[in-house]
Every structure is written in structure tokens, then in C-alpha cells.
Design a binder for this molecule. Sequence first.
Ligand code: HEC
Ligand code: HEC
Length: 205
Amino acid sequence: MISGAVVVGLGLALGLGMSPGMALAQSREGTSPAPSVPKALAEKVEICAGCHGADGKPVDKTIPIIWGQLPGYIYIQLRDFKRGDRKNETMQPIASALEKDEMMAIAEYFSQKPWPDIGQPRAPKAVAQKASDAEHSVGCTGCHLEQFQGTGIMPRLAGQSREYLAKTIADFRTRARGNNPGMSDLMIATPEDDLAALAEYLAGL
Ligand code: HEC
Ligand code: HEC
């Protein structure tokens, strides 16, 4: 079991953009501050900013928000793009150039960023009700957690781009996104109008 103090310490170190190791090294040296992000990592994440946004707001609505996403989930997606289990012409070559440790460092880096507000409207009452009924019959929050905040390899969905959600749900249904057959089965079993309501509702959370 990890003690609360360790978790808090770790959280603080990471919150400052440092790995626990770097935080230790710095406190030992005690002089010039280490750069908060190693150069090699900084160069890699700069590439991502071109599409996912330098301020975390994607440059296009079909590009997902990755700032503040769960690190375990980000890592799995990069791995699956590289393996070709999740097919995407844009992300496949980018992920293919990354090694596992780089993917993990990148995932950690983006997960520490604040989730951006891309200003999507709250769903109208009738849509929210339809989404809530669908949510209760499928049990989405059993995995994606209350308020769709995500956990572990289950992504945060709250406030994600509506267009991206609609696209990726459609991709699950056709199995063009084939990296999680369980999610595909669930999406296929859920009526399309319920899914449309869910995408609108989730975007506005
Ligand atoms: C040229 C544009 C572009 C660049 C550069 C780019 N991405 Fe992407 N990224 C996309 C698009 C488009 C998608 C959505 C793919 C899809 O629809 O399946 C995506 C999806 C993702 C996802 C999946 C998110 C989710 O919610 O499932 C992750 C993680 C990701 N990118 C990380 C990165 C990282 C890390 C970098 C830099 C190393 C990067 N991307 C660079 C365009 C880009
Ligand atoms: C049994 C657990 C489980 C349930 C129930 C579940 N999900 Fe998921 N969901 C997952 C996992 C795991 C992933 C990540 C799949 C992957 O690695 O590609 C995911 C991914 C997603 C994504 C992709 C997000 C992104 O950023 O690309 C969407 C959208 C989604 N789920 C919506 C839903 C909705 C809507 C429901 C309810 C109708 C639901 N899920 C129910 C486990 C679940």
C-alpha cells in the first residue's frame, strides 16, 4: 500500500513538471533549477501541439483533447496506434516513431496539464435526459466513473470534443477503431440516437 504522504509528495513533484527522481536530484544539488521538461521530451511534445493545441485546445474539432487525459489511457492509445490495432493515418506514423518509455513520459506529461475548456454548450434538457437514460441502461459510468472523469485506462469523456466523440463512436461501431472489441460491442448494442445524445451531453459536461 502507498501511504498518503508519498502520494501527496509524488503529486507535488509531478505537479511542478518534475519526475520524483528529478525533484530529488534537484534538492540534492540545491543550486541551478533543472529544466522542468527534459529537452528530448520537450521536442516531442512540441510536435503534438501542432494539432492537439499549444494551449490544449485542439486545432480542429475532430482532434481529441489530450491535456488532462488519464496517463494510462494515453499510453495505451499511443501503443495501439503504433501496433496498428487503432488505425489512423495521422497518428500511426507519429506513434510508430516513439519507444515505450517515451510514450509513458509523454502520457505523464500531458496528463499533468489542465483539461481545457473548449466552450461547448450544455446539452438541452431533453437531450441530457435521453443521455442519462441511455447511460443508466448501459452503465457507462460503471467504467468511466461518475461525471465521466475516467480512471486508469478508461478515458475521461467529460468536455471532450463533440465532433471527435461522434467520430470515434462511429469508428467503434464499424470496428475501424478495433483496439477495444468490448467497447465496439457496447456501441453496436446501443441505439444510434442514444449515442448522439450521449456525445452532445458529454461534450457539454
Ligand atoms: C497532424 C496532427 C496530429 C499530430 C501532430 C498529433 N496528433 Fe494525436 N491525434 C490526431 C488526430 C486526428 C487524432 C484522432 C484519431 C482518430 O480519430 O482516431 C489523434 C488522436 C490522439 C490520441 C487519442 C486520444 C483519444 O482520446 O483517444 C492520442 C493519445 C494522441 N493523439 C496523442 C498525440 C501525441 C502524444 C502527439 C505528439 C507526439 C500527437 N498526438 C500528435 C492528430 C495529431
Ligand atoms: C466495461 C467498461 C466500459 C463501459 C461500460 C463503457 N466504456 Fe467506454 N471505454 C472503456 C474503455 C476501456 C475505453 C478505452 C478503449 C481503448 O483503449 O481504446 C473506452 C473508450 C470510450 C470512448 C473513447 C474516448 C476517446 O477519447 O477516444 C468513448 C467515446 C466511450 N468509451 C464512450 C462510452 C459510452 C458512451 C458508454 C456507455 C454507453 C461507455 N463508453 C461504456 C470502457 C467502458
